[in-house]
Design a protein around this ligand. Sequence first.
Ligand code: HEM
Length: 181
Amino acid sequence: MRVASEIALRFYLTIGFVALLGLLALGATSTDAAIRRLGGNWQRLHRIVYGIGLLATFHFFIQSKADVYEPTLMAGLFILLMLLRLAHWRGFPLASPLVLGSIAVLAALATAAVEFAWYGLATGVPPGRVLAANLQFAFSIRPAWWVLATGLGAAAAAAARSQLRTPDAGQRGRRAARATA
Ligand code: HEM
């Protein structure tokens, strides 16, 4: 038992250490001079930030005791950001409230899935009960809902922005028409 707990302890410390080394490498290569010297390699090197995010989140999970509410919330927000990145790479318009809303729903479902998987695989807590707790609001609002709210907030902001922009564009159009008349 002691051996197992020591290994688990060292493992999470090692993960934290590797994440820290990664962050130091990114910091050290981000001076103006270093960015210039590295050229296109800077971008390639800085892609390790995704791995660092993953390691840091995992480190957060395994240093927690039975309750992984906070790490689940952080994992959910990380998933939300990664889905936005993926959508951008795939050419989806991130100014679209529909795209942002869909990503919010996907991220929230993935958050509930991560929570379910963690409790099922790493703890003695019945994962089905944790999943069901997502639909009970008297005790706590589960992380998946906060991830959904964050994602939908971004979608609402995009919708408001496009509403504000439309009359402005119309005005500019009318002004241009008057100027040419
Ligand atoms: C040499 C590197 C690292 C070591 C040795 C280390 C060690 C630890 C230890 C011992 C804890 C548990 C503290 C407690 O029980 O209250 C902890 C918690 C934590 N660590 Fe690390 N860590 C390292 C790097 C990192 C990095 C790079 C990140 C994030 C980028 C990180 C994020 C966290 C977070 C979020 C917690 C939970 C804090 C909380 O519960 O309030 N750690 N770490």
